[in-house]
Design a protein around this ligand. Sequence first.
Ligand SMILES: *[C@@H]1O[C@H](CO)[C@@H](O)[C@H](O)[C@H]1NC(C)=O
Ligand SMILES: *[C@@H]1O[C@H](CO)[C@@H](O)[C@H](O)[C@H]1NC(C)=O
Length: 191
Amino acid sequence: MGKLFSIAILLLLFSTITPSSAKDGEHYSFLQSQKPATPPVRQKLSHLRLFLHDVVSGPDPSTVRVAQAASANKSATSFGTLVMIDDALTVGPEATSKLVGRAQGFYCFASKEEAGLLMSMNFAFTDGKYNGSTVTILGRYTALSKVREMPVIGGSGLFRLAQGYAQARTHTFNLKTGDAVVEYNVFVMHY
Ligand SMILES: *[C@@H]1O[C@H](CO)[C@@H](O)[C@H](O)[C@H]1NC(C)=O
Ligand SMILES: *[C@@H]1O[C@H](CO)[C@@H](O)[C@H](O)[C@H]1NC(C)=O
């Protein structure tokens, strides 16, 4: 009788301890760590060479000024101006060259001393297997420098986890209209 009683006590202990130690909902977690894919996926280095068409003039410009500080017109460097862009990206410098994507985002005049821009844009690809993939560029763009280098801070689709840099060089600049074709060489490490 004494033995049975102590066994009953033990069972009772175990059955009460378990549920009371795990409160409702506590076993849910918003974060799970994962092992990297095995065998390890090798990173690739890609070099993209593209021409960006910045159309300021005409009936269908690809850039629009959307905001501006009241003092921006008085500033020699347009400090305080924000411009949205949706520029064509082609494989060659001609306007008729094959379209592979668009540079979408904005740039703002961020320097009081020089033509120093903050560039923030996605290269959104539309061609073939790259359709839907993006590369994100965020960085300083000194418009009057021969080479403007900006960090590539990420990507999506075929450019997941992209990291790298982009170098921009003016190919042609129309002084009359302000239209420009800019060569981009983008180097990215990605999976
Ligand atoms: C600045 O100049 C532009 C034209 O160059 C004009 O459209 C705009 O209204 C001016 N803005 C201010 C705040 O004066
Ligand atoms: C790219 O993808 C979109 C959406 O999936 C599709 O509508 C479009 O036709 C595709 N373009 C090309 C060139 O494959």
